[in-house]
Ligand binder design. Structure first.
Ligand code: ATP
Ligand code: MG
Ligand code: MG
Ligand code: MG
Length: 451
């Protein structure tokens, strides 16, 4: 379990301060051996990829049943950070956040004919009256029906961009690779309504740009490829892919021009570029983290989502839909950035930014425990960005080396060791910076500058 026996006493020397976050108190269960013995690994499919192993070992997730996980507190912190960034980007292009029901009536899905088309992937259930429902795997039907039920919009209200971040349910044939392919997962799905094809394509480009901005803020190299529209329907589509060997998509990228596509969209064996007819295509594997669709009037036509144009004539709205795999992005980021035994987060998404290690209890420098505690406090107080982001590894019955190893494995962007040089007249702290891999010896002022 994540609980350990003996812990350091804190909150005495500075009792007027809010006590620091203590590692000994964090619920971050990570006893992998126990998990193996109890067969829990098997419950979630084979532990076949790096992100799944690291997330299980790091106490970020815990398997429940195939393709379903408990998201543990550190994971939730990271997810909330990602959602905040997504909110910024979506609201930056005019998106308005809403939240739609997960229980979706069969009738809605029958009108779009996807009740049958979705086949076994749809989780279906009945209520006490015998009415049929599915657990929403996506929400084109729901959002379009919502809009249509409000009566005819005015062209002045367009473009209208509505999005949500909610759990989606899909009975995947092969749930696997941890959060990369779950049966219950978080998705950001945005739906756009526009007055014309031209306007819808402008919205489409704006969303693609926002996606690219998001991935570059995360420090993730994302490839935007032409894609199939699948059973969502529509005419134009792109996927946002992170290159990784365990990726389940095959991508073809031209060495000469900007052409790139999911191999599904191409003739098998085509190796010359269909765009420049000169470059050769190289194949790589990718993890699909986002997908954009220009839908045209497919759903608005079925559900009568209309707007009045400037001549006050009712016209069917043009739509787009835009998905981001929230939990998949977290796993995929860990997958592509981390080493075999240490998590590396996009720094904006690390659950905590800083871990402070006080000396082992009973050691010569044990009296520095107070310095460590005070350091935690002053970092959180003097740097707004670090408020609530600093943890104190108070498990001082363990050696510094052992705790340091654990901290490195969890991927804190900064680990500060309060060792014997912190007792010097001009105290120095040892700082491990994960991004650069450097270890620095810094004064308190140096630390503040760095962080
Ligand atoms: P895949 O091809 O991997 O099955 P999809 O094309 O079925 O994904 P979309 O319908 O395009 O998925 O959904 C939008 C986004 O939701 C995807 O780009 C992906 O990031 C995420 N997503 C889809 N299925 C899952 C899943 N089973 N687990 C986690 N995330 C998923
Ligand atoms: Mg799928
Ligand atoms: Mg796909
Ligand atoms: Mg897709």
């Amino acid at each position: 379990s994540g609980f350990t026996g003996q812990t350091m006493r804190v909150g005495t020397a500075h009792s007027n301060h809010t006590p620091p976050l203590l590692v000994s108190r964090l619920f971050q269960p990570s006893n992998l051996r126990e998990m193996k013995e109890s067969g829990l690994e098997g419950r979630s499919g084979e532990m076949t990829c790096r992100s799944q192993k690291l997330m299980l070992k790091g106490g970020l997730i815990y398997p429940s049943n195939p393709g379903c996980y408990y998201y543990l507190p550190a994971m939730v912190r990271s997810m909330e950070k990602l959602v905040r960034l997504i909110d910024q980007e979506m609201q930056g292009i005019g998106g308005q956040k809403l939240d739609m029901p997960s229980l979706c009536s069969a009738e809605l899905w029958q009108r779009s004919e996807r009740w049958d088309l979705m086949g076994k992937e749809l989780f279906r259930l009945r209520d006490r009256h015998g009415a049929e429902y599915c657990l929403g795997p996506t929400h084109e039907e729901a959002v379009t029906e919502l809009l249509a039920s409000q009566g005819t919009l005015s062209y002045r209200q367009l473009p209208l961009l509505l999005y949500q971040v909610t759990r989606k349910f899909r009975d995947e044939p092969k749930p696997r690779f941890g959060l990369l392919r779950g049966r219950e997962f978080y998705m950001k799905d945005m739906y756009s309504f526009d007055a014309s094809e031209e306007a819808a394509l402008i919205t489409y480009q704006a969303v693609c740009q926002a996606y690219n901005r998001l991935f570059s803020r995360l420090g993730l190299h994302c490839v935007q490829v032409q894609a199939d529209t699948g059973n969502i329907g529509g005419r134009l589509s792109h996927e946002f892919q992170l290159l990784a060997d365990i990726g389940e998509d095959r991508l073809m990228v031209c060495g000469n021009c900007a052409f790139s596509a999911n191999a599904e969209t191409m003739k098998p064996g085509q190796t010359d570029c269909p765009q420049c007819h000169w470059g050769t295509l190289t194949e790589s594997k990718g993890i699909e983290v986002g997908h954009t669709f220009y839908l045209g009037t497919k759903y608005s036509h079925i559900f009568d989502a209309m707007y009045n144009n400037s001549q006050n004539k009712p016209v069917v709205a043009e739509m787009g839909c835009f998905g981001l795999g929230v939990t998949r992005i977290l796993a995929a980021a860990i997958e592509v950035l981390s080493s075999e035994d240490a998590i590396c987060w996009p720094s904006l998404l690390a659950p905590y930014q800083v871990c402070v290690l006080p000396p082992k209890s009973g050691s010569k420098t044990a009296e520095l425990a107070g310095v460590a505690e005070e350091l935690c406090h002053s970092l959180g107080e003097s740097l707004q960005s670090l408020k609530g982001e600093v943890v104190l590894d108070d498990r001082t019955q363990l050696t510094i080396g052992k705790r340091l190893k654990g901290a490195i494995r969890l991927g804190y962007p900064y680990v500060i060791v309060v060792g014997k040089s912190a007792a010097d007249e001009q105290p120095q702290f040892e700082v491990l910076c994960q991004q650069s891999g450097e270890t620095l010896f810094l004064s308190r002022e140096g630390l503040m500058d760095l962080l």
